[in-house]
Each structure stands twice: as structure tokens, then as C-alpha cells.
Design a binder for this molecule. Sequence first.
Ligand code: ZN
Length: 347
Amino acid sequence: MKRKTKRPARVVSKFVLILMILNLTLPFYGGATTSALETLGHHYLNGYIYRPQNTPEPTRQPEAHPAPPPSPSPSPTPSPSPSPKPSPTPELTPTPEPGSTPEPGIEPSDSPGAITDPSQEDDPNQGGLPAVTGMDLQKLLDAAYRNDDRKVAYLTFDDGPAPHITNAILDILREENVKATFFSIGNLAEVFPDEIRRQYEEGHGIGNHTYTHKFRQIYADPQNFVDELIKTEGVYKSILGEDKTFRLIRFPGGSFGDKLEPFREAVNEAGFAYIDWNCVNGDAETLDYQSPQKLLSRVKETTGSKSGLIVLMHDAPGKETTVEALPSIIEYLRSKGYEFELLPGSR
Ligand SMILES: [Zn+2]
């Protein structure tokens, strides 16, 4: 009889122990069965085991918001010191109120800084060109206008991609075994990534011609201009590889004039460098039809005796005669002793 009366007590105590163990372990497995166990063991366990963990949690959440600014110092001492933390939070909370000023103060300083900082960080961080700054590349590009011992022609095509035109040009360049540099517009590159990919895979140069090519937008402010360059480089990276850098750019309309001086400086400071042109086929000089013969004649007129020839053409919609004139332009420049090369920084 004694055994019978003692047994239920032992069974109950064992059952409670099992419930306690289950309640500790089951939450990690997350099951519907825990709900029933919680009613029995949760409060009990809270009182002994979970309290130290539960109390800091509510304090952490309010701290988490002010924590990010002073994150280095408070983050190492989160759980051991629940009391010292409440003190920093009251200190931080009063400041936010008048400190609505510090927050906006931080934001404006961050936002202009963030725009310039990432670009500046990009220069050293982008391991592809660790030692090459925007100014370094600018010097190389400035030197492309002159070659001491030989004649070099740099064929360039702006404002693409336009698949029909761009691919026809790529076909000719492949046939002629000539490399060129394409200054594409970022938002078009997004729409026609296959053409950008083909340009790169067939050994041509990738140039940046802003994201929108809208003059009012890009020339409203140097930072707008740089932002579009960064955005377009991001498009190229998404197409060609995040490890690549594309720092060669061309100003829509050219980089000429005193008004663009702050833009040129901003471009170089952001790690980019620009090239203009000193020879044209004239395919953007008028909206009227221009025969292939006319385009060739414009190249002849503007070639002169230059040892470094940067030839401006366009692979934009409607430039069929640019395609038609290209073989004769290549033939003419070859006859004048020019070798065809990629512009520095285009790959
Ligand atoms: Zn353009």
C-alpha cells in the first residue's frame, strides 16, 4: 500500500521534471506542443532561468535604436550591465528631442558625404585598379591625343546600344579586326545588356555616357553627374561582373568650357576620367540624312595630321549610314598609317 501511495507522487515529480526539460528544449524545435507545456512551466522557468535573459531584452530594444551611433562602446557590454545601459538611454533620448537637430545634422552630413565617400572609397577599394586614381587615368587619356612615334586611331561610338545598329557595327569591327570603345547610356544598357556583353566579350572598350543623357538633369549639379556615372557603372558591373571597374567616361556634348570645370573636377575626384574627341564623322551634326560618302568626307576633313585620333561616331537608332560608312572610314585611316587601339581605362 505504501508503495502504491508513493508511486503517484514520484510519477508526478518525474513528470514535472520531464515537462521542465521539454519546455527548455522544445522551444528550440518550435512545435505546437509547446503551447500546452508553456502554461505549466513557462512562468516557473521564467522566474529562475529566463529572467536574466528576458529583462535585458526589453532594455536592448529601446537601446538598439540609439545604439547604432555609439555602437562600438556599448555593444561589447550588452548583457552583463543592464543598469549602466538605462543610464545611456536616458542620456540619448533627451538629446534626440532637441536632438531632432542632431539626427538631421547627421543625415545631411552623411548624405553629401555618402555620395562623395562611396565614390572615393571605390577608388582604393576596387582592387582592379588600386593604384590608378581618376587623375592618373586622366593623364593617360589626355596623352591619347598625341603619340610620338606612331599614329593611333581610337574609334568611339556614343549613345547606344541600339541593337540593330550596334550589332551591325560589331559585325564590321569583327570582320576588320578592329577594336573600338562604346560610350553607352546607362538606361539603354539596362534594356540591352546582350549588346554590352557582346562588346566586352569581343574585346571592345566599355565607356560610360551617364545614365540618362538628359542635359538638364546631369548638368544641374556636379553631384548629379557623378551619381549617374556611378549608377551606370553599376549597370555594367551587373552585366559584366561585380569585380570589374569601368572608369572611362565621356561627357554628353563634350567636357569643354569653363562652366564644366567643377564637373570635370568632380569626375576625377570620384575616380572617373573623361575623353572628348578630335575627329568626327558628323553623324550627329544634323538630323538630315547624311550619306556614307558625306560621313567619310567629314572624317577626312577632321583627321589632319593628328598622331592621336579620337573619332566620334554614334551607334544610336537611325544611324544606318554610320554603319554603311564604317568600312570605308577604317580603310581610309589604315591608308593613312593609323593603328586602332582601345582607349585607356575602357576595360
Ligand atoms: Zn551622347
